[in-house]
Ligand binder design. Structure first.
Ligand SMILES: Cc1ncc(COP(=O)(O)O)c(C=O)c1O
Length: 341
């Protein structure tokens, strides 16, 4: 695969911004190169534009070399960078598979990239035949979400592979994959140079407020994204805090295990409720639940200060609420209120 066939012409032609920290990477005694305030307060210096220390740690955790990693201000930034690197505005299109995460369409609309939609099957699996039939000469990207938001299920590996075999760039959003042991396609990166995987520290790692998204791809793709990213897109505090959190592997896996235990209990409780018609299988930290009357449940719970996500207006999600797994007391309170309905 020649990545040059995918990169936008203006991106190919442009010279990236060269920051002071790009031009001098060694350590020195005196830094008078970046117009910073010289008085130390812990944050007076610009952060490392390539986040080497943090990437090293992520590399060890994920088993992916540093040169195959790009970090973004949340995976939302990662997705936006990918669109801007590869899709020619007003000309190229990308394919998404509704119902899915809403930011793909927002990012495409913002960048004036045409969207094609291939609806998932009723069980939220990929309709690969339909998806592949939507590909035309202007299709640059396909974005899949696994586990999918809002349905919660992982896409079948063989379906993802058949999309990869089209040779188009495939962005696989694995935001919730840490809840789905053994289902990541990270190991396929070596086999498919057209595969780009997005993950995040916002979900299983509990760092949504930090804004740290991860992109794993071939070195060539990572180089293009590095070329166009804002030089200091990950601030110093985020880099520091992420390192502290990621080093505490035991606490991280304990918290994740707790969420998975709570998820099982929540499932058992939801199953017997009168207002619930169906709970869709979930590989994530939430359930998509078909209600008898979703709006009524949503509004009644809101009055009790409990907020769920009403997904009823999404395709295939008629009368569906998305419920995140909370703490034990939060889940108990939810069930208590649902029983009263
Ligand atoms: C599928 C999916 N991808 C990406 C994101 C955003 O992740 P981040 O917080 O890293 O921007 C979300 C957030 O809800 C999501 O559901």
């Amino acid at each position: 695969m020649d990545i040059n066939n995918f990169i936008r012409d203006n991106v190919k032609a442009m010279k990236p911004y060269s920051s002071a920290r790009d031009e001098f990477e060694e350590t020195a005694d005196i830094y008078l190169d970046a117009n910073e305030n010289p008085y130390s307060n812990g944050l007076n210096r610009y952060p490392d534009p390539y986040q080497k220390g943090l990437k090293q740690l992520i590399s060890e955790i994920k088993g992916i070399p540093v040169n195959n990693i790009l970090l973004g201000n949340g995976s939302d930034e990662v997705i936006d960078l990918i669109l801007r690197a590869f899709c020619e505005p007003g000309e190229d299109n990308l394919i998404i598979t509704p119902p899915t995460y809403g930011m793909y369409k927002v990012a495409a609309d913002l960048n004036n990239i045409n969207i094609k939609e291939s609806l998932l099957n009723k069980d939220f699996s990929l309709n690969t035949e339909n998806l592949i039939s939507k590909i035309d000469r202007n299709t640059k990207l396909i974005i899949l979400c696994s586990p999918n938001n809002p349905s919660g299920n992982c896409m079948a590996k063989e379906d993802i592979i058949s999309v990869l075999n089209t040779g188009k760039l495939l962005v696989l959003d694995e935001a919730y994959i840490d809840f789905a042991e053994g289902k990541s396609l990270l190991k396929e990166l070596n086999n498919y140079p057209n595969l780009i995987i997005a993950q995040t520290l916002s979900k299983a790692y509990g760092l949504a407020g930090l804004r740290l998204g991860m992109c794993f791809a071939s070195q060539e793709i990572i180089e293009v994204l590095n070329k166009i990213k804002p030089p200091y897109n990950i601030n110093e505090l985020s880099q520091q805090w992420a390192k502290v959190y990621l080093k505490d592997a035991r606490k991280n896996s304990e918290r994740k295990a707790k969420i998975l235990r709570n998820k099982e209990i929540l499932y058992k409780e939801l199953k017997y409720l009168n207002c619930v018609k169906k709970i869709y299988p979930s590989d994530a930290n939430f359930f998509l639940v078909k209600m008898k009357d979703a709006r009524l449940v949503y509004e009644k719970l809101l009055k009790k200060s409990i907020v769920l996500r009403d997904r009823s207006n999404q395709p295939l999600c008629d009368n569906c609420l998305r419920i995140t797994v909370g703490t034990e007391p939060e889940n108990e309170k939810l069930i208590e209120e649902l029983k009263k309905l």
